[in-house]
Design a binder for this molecule. Sequence first.
Ligand code: PMP
Length: 312
Amino acid sequence: MSGFEQMEEDGVVWMNGEYVDWEDATTHVMTHALHYGSGVFEGVRAYDTEKGTAIFRWDEHLDRLYESAKPYDLDIEYEPEELTEATLEVVRRNDLDSAYIRPIAYYGYDSLGVSPGDCPTDVVIGAWPWGAYLGEDALENGVEVMVSSWRKHASSQIPTNAKTTGLYVNSLLAGEEARRNGYTEAIVLNKEGNVAEGPGENIFLVRDGEIYTPGLSESILGGITRDTVITLAEERGYEVHDDVSISRGELNTADELFFTGSAAEVTPIRQVDNVEIGNGGRGPVTEELQTAFFDLVERRTDEHDEWFTYVE
Ligand code: PMP
């Protein structure tokens, strides 16, 4: 179910420069990051493409990992080339045709003051098979979402453009609130009450043939799939407004809504708080961009080969 079963048999994880068996990839319970959420991570997909296994936009994910580490003064002592080679090798050694890849860097074991003091920065890269994040059906028919009663932290409280482990308790609260109420996923508003994003996704709105997505100053993570979809849409002649505020009410009057993310890919949203969006299914613009996205990542097109790192 989780994709871990396969890894438990003979999987390996890269930990601080070494390849260790899946079952030995453990950390001490007094690890700083376990107590204070002081880690940064990435979620990346490798696709089984017509040209072999390929990691999608690895360089951008790696850049974001180093950037996320900055506000926390986490010193990732490995060069990007070393982490790239380790990642390719993790995919190879685990014999994965497609994979979800999870690099993480965090304050490790030394002391438990909130100040990380002399805690080392541990760096780990794991990979495992992971299907559609919100389910196969979601990709085709869309998801029903609720606007969470939990607000996203303002970026003046915590850097929301850094992908920090501790941030995800907010995502957990919002997502679980939605699921307890029978929805698949949540939409989270920012402190101003405007639309920010999903718990692990960016959000897009289509109206009158134009595309809108909350700007980077709306307390969102600057998603790499968000950037991909903006590029694909502009290349197809759409006007994309990627620096706007979107009010809650505009969700209901949208022609189409969809989520983007490395895990969620391009997932249509068919209802918000039990109100149907547009035609109540996957809208035509969403479908066009979703098709373009999957044609791209599965390499049925030659476009943007620079976005792919082939595993070989
Ligand atoms: N927002 C949040 C809060 C996320 O966790 C993610 C997933 N990383 C995204 C947006 C989408 O980002 P990306 O497309 O880079 O995966």
